[in-house]
Design a protein around this ligand. Structure first.
Ligand SMILES: NC(=O)c1ccc[n+]([C@@H]2O[C@H](COP(=O)([O-])OP(=O)(O)OC[C@H]3O[C@@H](n4cnc5c(N)ncnc54)[C@H](OP(=O)(O)O)[C@@H]3O)[C@@H](O)[C@H]2O)c1
Length: 285
């Protein structure tokens, strides 16, 4: 199958990590890229100059910047075929150690941020009668881990919203793909990205210190290659229709299979009780 002709990609969090790899891969495949981030100059300097690249400032928590970035994309390229909601932050900590402000900030970046950008992009895709929304979720969008409960809330929220949105926008020819990366070697576990808890709770102190040390030790040790993930995304965006979900990496596959097995075991353990909850009288029509 030959690849599709040039498409216009709109990528959030393109300054580093996966977003940078997605930008590089899409440009190399001949596509046009609106690469957005909080530091557009860093994006421009990371890539060879080409009129197929437009670097735009976009903090995904800012509704007005989302609208302005989409306007800039339309002015330059006249369409948006693929939106990758990739930008994400990583708040680490036990739930009780996270301040309300930290919870708000985590959800603002990983859940409300993608909503802000998607709200700005959807009218364009509806008018085109086509488009592809891709959300970079996580293994933590499938299974919740300790010290990442608020991060998991943001990714589970992202998945619930995108899963439902899929049905809402399907009639307009718009596809939705959720991506669940396992561990990939980006800056996510670097001092630049990890955000530690604001609140100290003595009962958690020892476990919290051990978790912090573990997370810091992961930096540069992750098994996944973001360049390979970017190549996989190029292939997925050429698929007709694209998948509704892509589980990325062997570790993520193991997590997904564990989730299926756990859910099946939960169903089987109380199947009779679960199935016994209808009202006794037959339904009146
Ligand atoms: N790496 C992994 O193992 C892994 C696993 C599962 C899921 N993920 C997900 O993959 C996505 C990309 O993360 P990464 O691994 O590439 O991490 P990263 O190297 O830390 O990069 C994070 C990117 O998000 C951007 N960002 C953060 N807050 C933002 C905001 N408010 N507005 C716009 N951009 C913002 C950062 O921009 P600045 O340069 O301005 O900080 C940076 O470009 C995230 O959604 C993450 O949750 C990663």
């Amino acid at each position: 199958m030959s690849p599709d002709p040039t498409k216009v990609w709109f990528i959030t969090g393109a300054s580093r990590g996966m977003g940078e790899a997605f930008t590089t891969a899409a440009l190399a495949a001949g596509h046009a890229v609106v690469a957005t981030g909080r530091n557009p100059t860093a994006i421009e300097t990371a890539h060879a100059q080409t009129d197929r690249l437009l670097a735009v400032r976009l903090d995904v928590t800012d509704v007005d910047e989302a609208t302005a970035a989409v306007d800039a994309a339309m002015e330059r390229f006249g369409r948006i075929d693929i939106l990758i909601n990739n930008a994400g932050s990583s708040f680490k900590g036990f739930f009780e150690e996270m301040s309300p402000a930290q919870v708000d900030a985590q959800l603002a970046t990983n859940l409300v941020g993608p909503m802000n950008v998607t709200r700005a992009v959807l009218p364009v895709m509806r008018a085109q009668g086509s488009g592809h929304l891709i959300a970079i979720s996580s293994g933590a969008g499938l299974v919740g881990f300790p010290y990442s409960s608020v991060y998991a809330a943001s990714k589970f929220g992202l998945e619930g919203w995108m899963g439902a949105l899929r049905h809402e926008v399907e009639p307009f020819g718009i596809h939705v793909t959720i991506v669940n990366p396992g561990w990939f070697r980006t800056g996510l576990a670097s001092p630049e990205s990890l955000i530690w808890p604001d609140v100290t709770v003595a009962d958690y102190a020892e476990r919290s210190a051990a978790q912090k040390q573990w997370w810091q030790a992961q930096d540069g040790q992750q098994s996944g290659d973001p360049v390979k993930l970017a190549a996989a995304l190029i292939a997925l965006t050429d698929a007709h229709p694209p998948p509704t979900r892509f589980v990325a990496g062997e570790d993520a596959l193991a997590l997904a299979e564990r989730k299926i097995a756990d859910l099946q075991a939960d169903i089987d353990a109380y199947r009779e009780l679960s199935a016994s909850l209808s009202v006794d009288q037959p339904l009146e029509r």
